[in-house]
Design a protein around this ligand. Structure first.
Ligand code: NAD
Length: 473
């Protein structure tokens, strides 16, 4: 049987139509969102739409930008609880009330227009301005641990600076991340801004993350996550702002207020079940106050594991690398409640137990592995100098976050100099360093590896010099 040219044309038309329908209608597994408010089928489409939005946004006045940011905050607050619930349901990580606190914090304390400033130089030769101007279209790769809070925080900071953003959320947090992004996009439009200032693909994957990193129309990359994504972004050849992992040590010396230290360490280390990169991950306590500190922790919701119980727990929560002397957290227990983790080794505990503690030596896998679980190793040391020395080792040069409980200014100063952390919290829970119960603004993207530190709107700008030369008289 021969096929006519007309038949061939009809077949080609049918195939094209099928393909178009496939991209127009989400596949069943992608039914979490529709192709609207910034969601696209491909990275190319997401970047094109954001590029167009960026050009339109540049035409708006600063007053309009301020109105848009206000509306983004209002929308984030109105949906903070819904997004917190979605995040826990989808990722299985953390606690709803703590996710809610993070969403609110990002909405209220991420800096806006006031963070941008213009420097001026005037003299006989005229007037020169050094202005904060946007990068353009930013590719932002976001984590599973603070999904909605990072989208709220990054969107407010980056749009304040005049950028459009293409997100590649963590695949395990795509529903909540995309929902947050769509709500914020709607807020921008409602406040008079263009559509698609924030975009994403419907189904983010490692593949789309890599495509974003290589896309020619992405002017800067902002990655928030573990070591692998930081490494991948740093080889992209683009401007990169990288927020990588931490392993924050806590040092407690003999001058510490033990009741405050015990309470604050439990509060910080159990917040959102320890998934925050800034949360207390290991404690080095001077021998003479170790028992007192543990007693205070036990009063405040900690549960101590001894000897064989700890061995049992390690079998459950740690996975050993097949070749290297390296351990990984068992993903099934990351971000889970302490009571759930205890149950896995046959210990019944109620919800008042928020944190598991155990004494370990300094070179223990729990000390040097970023677990992201409410399980906190405690190491006794002879003196504060040893504590600081071990803290430096455990922090592994991330220069991320460190915490110290001490009334001794000399010791606090020694610790600050030795760690060189981006956030150093003294006599408080770690989250005070994010502006939660501590002074200062909030960010969920703490860029240690590339040196920007705590990011805000001005981090997402380049300095542009505008020169008006005086007329010769
Ligand atoms: P993750 O590294 O698994 O994922 C983060 C993002 O990177 C995701 O969108 C993921 O899809 C992408 N990704 C991962 N590997 C990649 C690769 N090889 N190439 C391209 N893209 C890749 O991290 P997570 O589990 O979502 O978050 C927890 C980690 O993030 C912890 O290590 C934590 O300390 C860190 N974190 C750091 C900050 C900070 O501000 N410094 C904030 C939150 C989380």
């Amino acid at each position: 049987m021969s096929i006519s040219e007309a038949d061939i044309r009809a077949i080609i038309a049918q195939v094209i139509s099928n393909l178009q329908n496939e991209t127009a209608a989400p596949a069943p597994e992608a039914a979490h969102a529709a192709y609207e408010h910034g969601v696209f089928a491909t990275v190319d489409e997401a970047v094109d739409a954001a590029s167009l939005a960026f050009r339109k946004f540049a035409m708006l006045s600063l007053a309009q930008r301020e109105t848009i940011i206000r509306k983004m905050r209002e929308t984030s607050l109105a949906h903070a609880a819904e997004l917190a619930e979605m995040a826990v349901k989808e990722t299985g990580l953390g606690r709803v009330q703590d996710k809610l606190a993070k969403n609110k914090l990002a909405a209220e304390k991420t800096p806006g227009i006031e963070d941008l400033f213009t420097q001026s130089f005037s003299g006989d030769n005229g007037l020169t301005l050094l202005e904060c101007s946007p990068f353009g279209v930013i590719g932002s790769i976001t984590p599973t641990t603070n999904p909605a809070a990072t989208i709220i925080n990054n969107s407010i900071s980056m749009v304040t600076a005049g950028n459009a953003v293409v997100y590649n959320p963590h695949p395990s947090a795509k529903k909540v991340s995309i929902k947050a992004m769509q709500l914020l996009n709607q807020a921008i439009v409602d406040a008079g801004g263009p559509e698609n200032m924030l975009t994403s693909v419907l189904l983010p994957t490692l593949d789309t993350s890599e495509q974003l990193m290589k896309h020619p129309n992405i002017q800067a990359l902002v990655v928030t996550g573990g070591g692998a994504v930081v490494k991948a972004a740093l080889t992209s050849g683009k401007k990169v702002i990288a927020a990588g992992p931490g392993n924050p040590p806590v040092v407690v010396d003999e001058s510490a207020d033990l009741s405050q230290a015990g309470r604050d360490i439990v509060l910080g280390a159990s917040f959102d079940n320890n998934v925050l990169c800034t949360a207390e991950k290991e404690v080095f306590v001077v021998e003479s106050v170790a028992n007192g500190l543990k007693a205070e922790m036990l009063k405040n919701g900690a549960y101590e594991l001894k000897g064989y119980q700890l061995t049992k727990l390690l079998d459950v929560i740690l996975t050993k690398h097949p070749e290297k002397e390296k351990y990984f957290p068992n993903k099934d227990y990351v971000g889970k409640d302490a009571s759930h983790i205890l149950q896995a080794i046959g210990i019944q505990a109620d919800a008042s137990i928020k944190l598991i503690i155990a004494e370990t030596p300094e070179n223990h896998p729990l000390v040097y592995t970023e677990m992201l679980m409410p399980v906190l190793p405690i190491v006794r040391v002879p003196n504060v100098d040893t504590a600081i020395q071990y803290a430096v080792k455990a922090e592994k040069g991330n220069r991320h976050t460190a915490i110290m409980h001490s009334q001794n200014i000399t010791n606090l100063s020694k610790m600050a100099k030795a760690l060189q952390a981006t956030i150093f919290v003294k006599n408080g829970p770690s989250y005070a360093g994010l502006g939660f119960g501590g002074e200062g603004f909030t960010t969920l993207t703490i860029a240690g590896p590339t040196g920007e530190g705590l990011t805000s709107a001005r981090t997402f700008t380049r300095k542009r010099r505008s020169v008006q030369v005086a007329k010769e008289t």
